[in-house]
Design a protein around this ligand. Structure first.
Ligand code: SAH
Length: 254
């Protein structure tokens, strides 16, 4: 089959954080497939390029549509925000391939990485991911809340720094509070919390707080939450704000 499909990650928002390899795949594509909000971030590359926007919910249908276009010989780019392999379209494409038309397996399929929200948030805060960390999505669209609770508990018991994706949406306003309440059973109340809104964009806003006070902070669909390990700490800056970092070593720091 002559068609190709590249699943790209645009990065967190600022154009400079889109990699040159992703920009190239977008320029060369005959067809762009993705959530409309993400397609709107892609510069037009010419009058022939076709855009197939959809809403955010139908990932598998979107993946099948992209594969069908590629099988017709088109050069397709499937667009995600951040990294396409992190809670995003790349897994949906492989799921569609595994269950779908056997001929899709001979397509030229590639994944182009991007800067995921967790890394943009961490960089804005300092170096909170300096030691072992994990990432958990709080969305229970594709898994049960019981699974999320089990993983939060395991992460807390393991003393990982925890990045929480999808901390809240209009349909799920209470989940971040429920997650903090569960984490408070295992972690000290003064554990460092960072809420990063629109990380990796000019509108980036950080709130540094503690697990005890986290409930008073508002998260939305563009917020990434970092929950520190027992070693994560703040370094006061001259302007009254703080850098947040996790030492790489287990040994005591001054
Ligand atoms: N593939 C994306 C994640 C998709 S899940 C990535 O790698 O970043 C969507 C969640 O990502 C959002 O609810 C939010 O928690 C987080 N997110 C995406 N962009 C963000 C940004 N610029 N700042 C903070 N969080 C962001």
């Amino acid at each position: 089959m002559s068609g190709s499909l590249t699943i790209v990650g645009l990065g967190p928002g600022a154009p400079e954080l889109t990699t040159p390899a992703v920009s190239r795949a977008l320029r060369e594509a005959t067809d762009l497939v993705g959530y409309e909000t993400y397609l709107a971030r892609v510069p037009m590359s010419g009058p022939e390029q076709q855009r197939h926007g959809s809403d955010n919910r139908v990932e598998i249908d979107r993946a099948r549509h992209a594969l069908t276009l590629a099988a017709e010989g088109r050069r397709v780019a499937v667009v995600s925000s951040g990294d396409p392999g992190v809670f995003a379209m790349a897994a949906a494409v492989f799921e569609a391939i595994e269950a779908g038309d056997a001929r899709w397996r001979s397509l030229d399929i590639r994944v182009e990485p991007g800067v995921t929200a967790m890394l943009a948030a961490a960089a804005a805060a300092g170096a909170p991911l300096g030691s072992d960390f994990c990432a958990i999505s709080l969305s229970d669209n594709l898994k049960s809340w019981a699974t999320i609770e089990r993983r939060l508990e395991a992460a807390a018991r393991g003393d990982f720094v925890i990045a929480l994706y999808n901390p809240a949406s209009r349909a799920r306003p209470h989940q971040l509070g429920a997650a903090f309440a569960l984490l408070r059973k295992w972690k000290p109340a003064d554990t460092v919390i960072v809420l990063a809104h629109a990380a990796g964009t000019p509108q980036c806003r950080l709130e540094v707080s503690s697990l005890a006070e986290g409930d008073t902070l508002a998260a939305d669909m563009r917020t990434l939450v970092l929950v520190g390990s027992s070693r994560t700490r703040c370094v006061a800056r001259a302007d009254g704000s703080a850098w947040v970092y996790t030492p790489r070593s287990e040994e005591a720091v001054l």
